[in-house]
Design a protein around this ligand. Structure first.
Ligand SMILES: NC(=O)c1ccc[n+]([C@@H]2O[C@H](COP(=O)([O-])OP(=O)(O)OC[C@H]3O[C@@H](n4cnc5c(N)ncnc54)[C@H](OP(=O)(O)O)[C@@H]3O)[C@@H](O)[C@H]2O)c1
Length: 377
């Protein structure tokens, strides 16, 4: 079997889990890029990583290299898998761009690939035409319970994985990408027709921002007040939050229709949010009537807490949390950009984005930085 060099960039939960899973495959060499010195020190001491599987088994593997030096990790990579959150991707891409192999194709992708990773990578890798840009629609498994450099817990696996490439890639490059990614995962890997199928799939950017707006936005019950206790994101989702989510999702569907008409892509695979959740969680949801009832009665969502930090006698939303830094600044701003470029009015999404951005104290970096001036031409 041909050897495959995989560089995982990001030593968090997703990075640890995929490092172990890839390293247990035949003829796959795995290098991990991490800024965590504790992980590097443990690795230098000869320690392996462990993935704790849902069925109680443990997979133990020691990657071939663990380093904070991008050159060490990516100089001989065939595949790069970026597993840092969207707001950390620009720094990672800029650190690896000059160190990628120049003599052959290298598949540079993000797991998950949302927030317009294709356009960011195009911008950051302008001098690397041999980079084949790709993304995965979701994470192949959830990952949690990280003990850095020691172990990570794996949640249930997705039964089918969907990948897409930047639309500049050739049919041959797309097929080779699919085959290469398939070597890394047990579940079947299917190629999406267009990267917009990833970008426009409704997910956390719409869900988290609407839930925040419903709780602490100008019409929310905790507006300008301390929240007295910890709150569950979904079991306690407010009616107002679900209303804004539904409206945002309808606007997202309008984006899909406009993209189909103006760009000529087929986005039939992008389903409304409620349908996405019902299909993903099935019998775990006891009441599928409305988006609100789906959110409140999904057992898989029960223990998920909203990102609150203690403040005075209560709590406030954590502006540094991923719900703001990733989902608003990079996720929702991507939808705002798509709407502007396709001339689709997005009154609810823009209202929520503007309010959340202001609550964050302004958004200095966002998808606006990397949407090509002529997109979608
Ligand atoms: N975990 C899941 O089950 C899950 C589920 C759905 C989606 N996702 C998505 O997968 C991506 C990775 O999530 P994760 O749960 O693996 O994240 P995580 O455990 O928090 O790890 C993220 C890693 O990214 C690196 N990083 C660099 N700059 C960062 C910054 N400013 N803020 C946070 N991290 C930074 C760090 O790695 P180094 O120090 O090694 O550089 C960090 O350990 C995110 O986009 C997330 O939304 C994850």
């Amino acid at each position: 079997m041909t050897p495959l060099n995989v560089a995982v960039c990001g030593g968090g939960r997703t990075g640890h889990l995929n490092t172990v899973l890839f390293k247990t495959l035949p003829a796959v060499r795995v290098s991990l890029l991490t800024q965590r010195q504790d992980v590097i020190d443990r690795y230098s001491d000869g320690q392996p990583f462990t993935a704790l599987l849902p069925d109680g088994r443990a997979l133990v593997a020691r990657p071939d290299r663990v380093s904070s030096d991008p050159a060490v990790v990516v100089h001989d990579a065939d595949v790069v898998v970026i597993t840092v959150p969207a707001h950390a991707r620009p720094a990672v891409l800029s650190s690896i761009a000059d160190r990628l192999p120049r003599d052959r194709p290298v598949y540079v992708g993000a797991i998950p690939g949302f927030c317009g990773f294709d356009l960011l990578a195009e911008k950051m890798l302008t001098d690397r035409p041999q980079a084949v840009i790709w993304g995965m629609k979701d994470v192949p498994h959830t990952a949690f319970g990280l003990r850095p450099g020691v172990s990570v817990r794996m949640g249930g696996a997705k039964s089918v994985l969907h990948v897409a490439t930047h639309d500049r890639e050739t049919p041959v490059a797309r097929q080779r990408l699919r085959e290469t990614v398939q070597r890394l995962f047990e579940s079947p890997v299917e190629l999406l027709r267009d990267y917009l199928e990833i970008t426009l799939t409704p997910a956390n950017p719409i869900m988290h921002s609407s839930a925040i707006y419903g709780l602490i936005g100008p019409y929310g019950q905790w507006h300008d007040r301390l929240i007295p206790r910890l709150v569950s994101w979904w079991t306690e989702c407010s009616e107002l939050g679900a209303y804004f989510m539904q409206r945002s999702d309808e606007e997202n569907q309008r984006l899909c229709k406009a993209a189909e008409q103006q760009i000529g892509v087929d986005l039939a695979s992008v389903k409304p949010l409620k349908q996405e959740i019902v299909e993903a969680y099935g019998a775990q949801i006891t009441d599928t009537r409305t988006l609100l009832s789906v959110l409140r009665t999904n057992r898989a969502y029960h223990s998920i807490q909203a990102p609150l930090v203690a403040h005075g006698d209560g709590y406030v939303m954590d502006r540094q949390s991923r719900a703001f830094q990733e989902d608003v600044a990079f996720g929702l701003s991507t939808l705002v950009q798509v709407g502007n470029r396709l001339n689709v009015p997005l009154p609810h999404i823009e209202e929520i984005y503007t309010w959340c951005a202001s609550y964050m104290g302004g958004v200095s970096r966002s998808a606006r930085d990397y949407f090509p001036p002529n997109w979608p031409a």
